[in-house]
Design a protein around this ligand. Structure first.
Ligand SMILES: Cc1cc2nc3c(=O)[nH]c(=O)nc-3n(C[C@H](O)[C@H](O)[C@H](O)COP(=O)(O)OP(=O)(O)OC[C@H]3O[C@@H](n4cnc5c(N)ncnc54)[C@H](O)[C@@H]3O)c2cc1C
Length: 295
């Protein structure tokens, strides 16, 4: 394995052997991985994938870890983190952003350029790649509404895939095991001040409703149907503030699960199961986590 680490390093990646995922996830939970690999460009990312595949090593890909719940026991695999690949290019009203660029940073860049379309997505933490993979959305807008194409790598070839062929739906995509390298968004010309004003309004809404200063991974569950509000359902069932160890249903928004300090993976799973059982019993509805669980 040391040879693999050396090859990864020599191809321009930063390599952190035995890195705990708790340091790289917004929930602050997660044990050690074989190594966290941080490419600084497409080139080192593609080299890393080739090296790992040829060595028969398993790996996963992550952006900013804001939608992940990772086992305390860690993962006996490599994890490639895209957060240092952050290039961006504007061509008229088309903006092409690298997978690791924070979505928030992208919103700042387009607002300064006088481009409108991403305002509602402002404040969603995470990277462009994570936002595409999850088809992230808020306040009536989803990534798929403004995305034009993405560049994907399947381990063999690079391909440019049109948004209509990506299988984007409510918090899901058909990206599968492929890796998103960059994404192109088609926006509209607008007065930068108007774009910025709308973005400020959106942040204000988030601040008033969400536990933005606590450790969470966003909405814990997907809405099972458009008219079923998970947060208010959980609240009405008396589970707001429900706690297992240091893991709690947020007192500010019952759709969020927060880590109050030393929360563990096991406690998070226990809390998730308890909420699912209670909702199933009361409403006959099977909740599915929006948060992605890595174990
Ligand atoms: C306070 C808070 C508020 C939030 N609000 C919202 C919200 O309003 N709307 C919303 O939709 N989400 C929200 N989220 C959830 C989260 O921010 C989004 O899902 C975000 O898009 C995840 O991006 P990420 O880079 O952190 O992805 P990660 O958590 O790192 O990864 C998520 C998934 O994407 C995959 N992935 C990441 N990058 C790539 C890539 N380059 N290629 C292939 N697969 C990749 C990973 O393998 C994983 O399966 C919120 C989270 C928090 C903490």
């Amino acid at each position: 394995m040391n040879d693999v680490m050396e090859m990864l390093y020599l191809s321009g990646n930063d390599v952190l052997p035995g890195e705990p995922m708790a340091r790289w996830t917004s929930l602050g939970i997660g044990g050690k991985v074989k190594a966290l690999v941080l490419p600084h460009s497409d080139r080192s990312l593609l080299d890393a994938i080739q090296i790992l595949r040829e060595a028969g090593e398993k790996f996963r890909i992550m952006g900013m870890g804001t939608n992940l719940l990772v086992s305390d026991e860690g993962i006996d695999e490599f994890v490639i983190n895209t957060s240092r690949i952050t290039g961006v290019c504007i061509n008229g009203d088309l903006i092409v952003a690298d997978a690791g660029l924070p979505l928030k940073r992208l919103c700042h860049i387009v607002s300064s350029a006088g481009l409108s379309g991403l305002e509602e997505l402002y404040g969603i933490p995470g990277s462009v790649g994570g936002a595409v993979f999850m088809n992230a959305g808020a306040y009536g807008k989803e990534v798929k509404d403004v995305l034009e194409w993405v560049e994907l790598y399947d381990g063999g070839k690079l391909e440019k895939v049109d948004v209509k062929d990506l299988g984007l739906g409510y918090r899901k995509s058909g990206v599968g095991d492929r890796i998103i390298l960059r994404a192109a968004f088609r926006l509209k010309k607008e007065d930068p001040e108007k774009v910025w004003a709308k973005m400020e309004e959106i942040l204000q809404k988030r601040l008033s409703k969400q536990p933005v200063f606590e450790r969470s991974a966003g909405s814990l569950f997907k809405r099972p149907r458009p008219d079923f509000y998970v947060g208010s359902t959980i609240e009405k069932l008396g589970l707001k503030g429900f706690r297992v160890g240091d893991i709690m249903i947020s007192e500010k928004h019952a759709g969020f699960m927060v880590n109050k300090g030393n929360g563990s993976f096991k406690d998070a799973i226990r809390l998730i199961e308890k909420v699912k059982r209670t909702v199933k019993k009361a409403h006959g509805v099977e909740l599915e986590t929006e948060v992605i669980i890595w174990k």
